[in-house]
Design a protein around this ligand. Structure first.
Ligand SMILES: C[S@@+](CC[C@H](N)C(=O)[O-])C[C@H]1O[C@@H](n2cnc3c(N)ncnc32)[C@H](O)[C@@H]1O
Length: 201
């Protein structure tokens, strides 16, 4: 399946898709080389650039990269399943809501690539929607827990065990479900995210 086309189309027709405040970023040593996977229109990148890090950001969509605007971060059109980087070069990786847009095999490939490019002692910070999220079940179920919307974009909803399994070669530093409520058309509905941090030995 082509992952690029539905995303390019969505960004082209709707512009910046992700706004609001970016998630809290961890403290990393000055000069750390960090990689953001699936940077989208640069929501997380905007808060990363105030940090004293060397930043590389990739996304499969040219349209998304264009919407990031000027930045000190290096940006590259690339697929998280086939990272164009050498082994062990990054001190940290951010993977927020990107692997969840892949099929199971793609998620495994992306996790394996993420672990490959991470240096010893390096960390991966991960966030994806959880199975209790209000959007679980919306669209056509194309694999267990993975739904395709009309736009052609896939979204997979994770359990904590699945996330642990995906990064089983790494040490778990934290792994939790973050739940909150959101009011939609007068209804109080559940949101859910699995957040995790892993470290390479
Ligand atoms: C939900 S957005 C998340 C954006 C950003 N990480 C954030 O949290 O604001 C998902 C992004 O992943 C990108 N993406 C989807 N599949 C990809 C792939 N195989 N390789 C790289 N990027 C991909 C999409 O183009 C999209 O910009």
């Amino acid at each position: 399946m082509d992952h690029k086309e539905p995303w390019d189309k969505d960004y082209k027709s709707r512009g910046r898709l992700w706004g609001g405040s970016a998630r809290r970023l961890p403290d990393l040593p000055e000069g750390s080389l960090v990689l953001e996977l699936g940077c989208g229109n640069g929501k997380t990148l905007a808060s990363m650039i105030s940090r004293p890090w060397k930043i590389m950001a990739i996304d499969i969509s040219f349209q998304a990269l264009r919407l990031c605007g000027p930045s000190k971060a290096e940006r590259l059109a690339a697929d998280v399943r086939y990272l164009p980087f050498k082994d062990g070069v990054f001190g940290a990786l951010f993977a927020f809501h990107v692997t969840g847009h892949l099929f199971q095999e793609g998620r495994r490939m992306a996790a394996s690539e993420a672990c490959r490019v991470l240096e010893a002692g390096g960390k991966i910070f991960f966030a994806e929607f959880g199975m209790d999220d209000l959007r679980y079940g919306q669209g056509e179920e194309v694999e267990p827990g993975t739904f395709k919307r009309g736009s052609g974009i896939l979204t997979h909803y994770f359990s904590t065990d699945e996330v642990k399994d995906l990064f089983s070669s790494l040490k778990v530093q934290s792994l939790e479900v973050h739940s909150w409520r959101m009011r939609v058309q007068g209804q109080d509905l559940p949101r859910s995210e699995v957040e995790a941090a892993f470290q390479k030995s």
